[in-house]
Write a protein that binds this ligand. Structure first.
Ligand SMILES: NC(=O)c1ccc[n+]([C@@H]2O[C@H](COP(=O)([O-])OP(=O)(O)OC[C@H]3O[C@@H](n4cnc5c(N)ncnc54)[C@H](OP(=O)(O)O)[C@@H]3O)[C@@H](O)[C@H]2O)c1
Length: 267
């Protein structure tokens, strides 16, 4: 089976490449705009291009059976048709749940007639790095909506599920909502980072406007959008799913494990 990984230096795509190599996938092609800078590992065939620019995909799908599709909503429909016409039979897409900017990718790709498996991750655990600068410089976190809760998922778990579903076509037709194992508030997340650091890191509730100002350092214009999402979680906390465990046959990574593994980001 020949697999193409698009967005192959991305946060998810790069880990998908590693997982496929670890699983001894027979053939892996990785797509990047700059093969030299990408420095992809031995055992990967590197192709030049970007899914966001379909005109750069000439020949990229030749000989490929299955594609990991990085999320670029504007071109998903066009890319799927190009892939289908080049002989690809199946896509594993990274999208998002209903209401997110990525969700339309699912219908766009299915319109091509390709077999599909859709992965809908929620917030990434790595998003906790939005607190890193505050923790480093002030030892605490100023934020809003302290009771809002969701179940962030580890990038490594998303990539492991992607690799497993790329290699096993029995997942065709399935959509997996990927979350971590527990629904957590920001005070709890900050507490876990503090535990990993070996000191108390308080979460201090401040008015929404002040939280947005503080967040702008890490998220720029997306700070307001992010806080809108937190506000919605106050009355509708995200319920964790079991999809990671079901697909991988092992428990999903906990935030405590993630914090221990990534504690240096907060020192
Ligand atoms: N909760 C969430 O945060 C959430 C949930 C669902 C989905 N998502 C989305 O999932 C994606 C996952 O992140 P990811 O880091 O793996 O990124 P990605 O969007 O899957 O892929 C990023 C890669 O695409 C390539 N690329 C080439 N030209 C680009 C351009 N003009 N703009 C952007 N990328 C370009 C780059 O690799 P080369 O330079 O090597 O070509 C880059 O490393 C993000 O798009 C994110 O918005 C997020």
């Amino acid at each position: 089976m020949a697999i193409l990984v698009t967005g192959a230096t991305g946060n998810v795509g790069r880990l998908v490449v590693d997982e496929l190599l670890r699983a001894a996938a027979p053939y892996v092609r990785a797509l990047t705009v700059n093969p030299t800078r990408a420095a992809l590992p031995q055992g990967v065939d590197v192709a030049k291009g970007y899914v966001g620019r379909p005109e750069s995909l000439d020949g990229v799908f030749d000989g490929i059976d299955t594609v990991y599709l990085a999320p670029v909503p504007a071109v998903a429909r066009e890319v799927a048709v190009l892939a289908r016409d080049a002989g690809v039979s199946r896509f594993v897409t990274l999208t998002g749940g209903p209401g997110t900017e990525w969700h339309g990718i699912e219908a766009d790709v299915e319109a091509s007639g390709l077999d599909c498996t859709h992965l809908e991750p929620g917030e990434f655990m790595a998003n906790a790095t939005i607190f890193a600068e505050q923790i480093r410089t002030t030892g605490r976190v100023l934020g809003a909506y302290p009771t809002a809760a969701n179940a962030p998922v580890a990038l490594e778990d998303i990539a492991a599920v992607a690799a497993r579903t790329l290699l096993d076509d029995s997942h065709t037709g399935r959509t997996y909502e990927l979350t971590g194992p527990e629904s957590l508030t920001h005070p709890r997340i900050v507490h876990e980072i503090g535990r990993a650091l070996g000191r108390d890191v308080p979460f201090v509730e401040v008015p929404r406007g002040e939280a947005e100002t503080v967040l702008a350092d890490a998220m720029g214009e997306y700070g307001g959008w992010y806080l809108d999402g937190r506000a919605a979680l106050v009355d509708h906390p995200q319920v964790p799913t079991t999809a990671v465990g079901v697909v991988l046959g092992r428990p999903a990574t906990t935030f405590a494990q993630w914090a221990d593994a990534n504690v240096d980001l907060f020192r």
